[in-house]
Design a protein around this ligand. Structure first.
Ligand SMILES: [Mn+2]
Length: 424
């Protein structure tokens, strides 16, 4: 972890500037009828989960260029996640991926306590073969034509639940790579029937206080068809399985320009929004840093979420899911967590009664301007003050760079192998 006195000293040096900026923004917001302290408190209470795989350097199908001091195991990953939370105060939970992160639950809990973290949704992996595995997932897992392969995939998901129960997780996320690469290769209906049959077996093993998230993805690794390809299919799965099943929306898993915020609104309306994997994309599932390309879209998603706050049983899970190929993953994840917080804060500033009035009057221009007024507001001092008051860093990236953490772990962690593809 980072030395607390280093963070405190940096915060002290930046304190006067922050207070001046915060007061100026507070005055501006008060003219708009908004109490800055109330916004700050809600931002401070907000958290987004970190995926354990996000702290390793990612890659593409072509190559992976490992960074210095990459985590070698789940305990190193938890150390890195602990630093991210320490500096941002915004990432209190970690989502594990099994079997990549499989370990003794007592050791996982001890490390979580040491790093100040808790565990978010469990992620099962049936999209690649593991050493010693009896049946291959080359042609699918939960939807495989072979019953024994499907049973193996179901069994793995049940194991993820079992492990998750021991470490305080309350959800299982299933994403499968199942699909086809050639027209005619798979019978769409029979394949989806097999998927549903397997998913029902997993659902039957779900504890009463757990949720099951299914995640859609339009393409990759299968390029012609994917079994759970879009939110419509995802919704059908959640409906078929039952009340504990919900749809997970990964922002990158849609065709370019798809109106994701509208999908979010639809899923909320019918009680099936499970949560998010935040990232950004330009062309496809690029897994770029959250808000790196289209911060307005992220804001519009949060606009829907804030609009629905207070709806009974509305508790979507929030997580980042990105691949960091050219940056230090810790820096990217800190920045992305802050971007998610920023979108949330901006969405809290929307004048909802004015917006409702413009919608009723069909005043399209003013409705759009009402959203833009919130989006254009620089809420940085609110985020900084929330961090300052929680003991996190006013400027996390600067504090991280000054700490020398990466160079220090590079001394103790084995050098990572760059061979092979690097999609994570
Ligand atoms: Mn995802």
């Amino acid at each position: 972890m980072i030395d607390e006195t280093t963070i405190a000293a940096a915060n002290e040096a930046a304190d006067a500037t922050l207070r001046a900026d915060y007061d100026a923004l507070g005055e501006h917001l008060s003219r708009r009828g908004i109490d800055i302290a109330a916004i700050k408190d809600r931002v401070a209470a907000y958290g987004v989960a970190i995926p354990s795989w996000g702290v390793g350097t990612g890659g593409t199908r072509f190559a992976r260029f490992p960074g210095e001091g990459e985590p070698a195991n789940v305990f190193d990953k938890l150390d890195d996640c602990g630093v991210i939370h320490q500096l941002t105060g915004a990432t209190p939970r970690v989502s594990l991926h099994i079997p990549w992160d499989d370990a003794d639950p007592a050791d996982l809990l001890a490390k979580a306590e040491e790093t100040g973290l808790a565990f978010d949704a469990m992620n099962s992996n049936t999209f690649q073969d593991q050493p010693g595995q009896a049946h291959s997932y080359k042609y699918g897992s939960l939807s495989h034509t072979d019953a024994a392969t499907r049973a193996q995939a179901v069994e793995h998901n049940l194991y993820c639940i079992e492990l998750g129960q021991k470490i305080g997780s309350k959800a299982l996320t299933i994403w499968v790579g199942d699909g086809s690469n050639f027209p005619g290769q798979s019978h769409f209906t029979k394949q989806f029937e097999r998927y549903l049959g397997s998913a029902k077996e997993v659902y039957a093993g779900l504890p009463a206080d757990w949720r099951l998230f299914t995640e859609h993805k339009m393409f990759e690794p299968a390029f012609y068809s994917t079994v759970v390809q879009d939110w419509g299919t995802n919704y059908m799965i959640a409906k078929e399985l039952g009340a504990q099943a919900h749809c997970l929306v990964d922002l990158g898993h849609h065709a370019p320009n798809v109106n994701i915020e509208m999908i979010v609104a639809r899923l909320i309306q019918f009680g099936k929004l499970g949560g998010f994997h935040f990232n950004d994309s330009k062309y496809g599932d690029d897994d770029l840093d959250t808000a790196a390309i289209d911060p307005y879209r992220l804001f519009l998603v949060f606009n829907e979420l804030v609009d629905s706050e207070g709806t009974p049983d509305f508790d979507p899970a929030h997580m980042l899911d990105q691949s960091h190929n050219v940056t230090d993953p810790i820096e990217s994840l800190m920045n992305s967590a802050m971007e998610v917080q920023r979108a949330y804060a901006q969405a809290l500033l929307v004048d909802r009664s004015a917006l409702a009035g413009h919608q009723e009057e069909n005043d399209a221009l003013m409705a759009s301007e009402t959203l833009k007024a919130a989006f254009r507001t620089d809420v940085t001092p609110i985020l900084q003050m929330a961090r300052r008051e929680s003991g996190a860093a006013i400027d996390p990236v600067s504090a991280y760079r000054r700490s020398g953490y990466r160079a220090a772990v590079a001394q103790t962690r084995p050098k990572a192998d760059g061979s092979g593809g690097g999609i994570v």
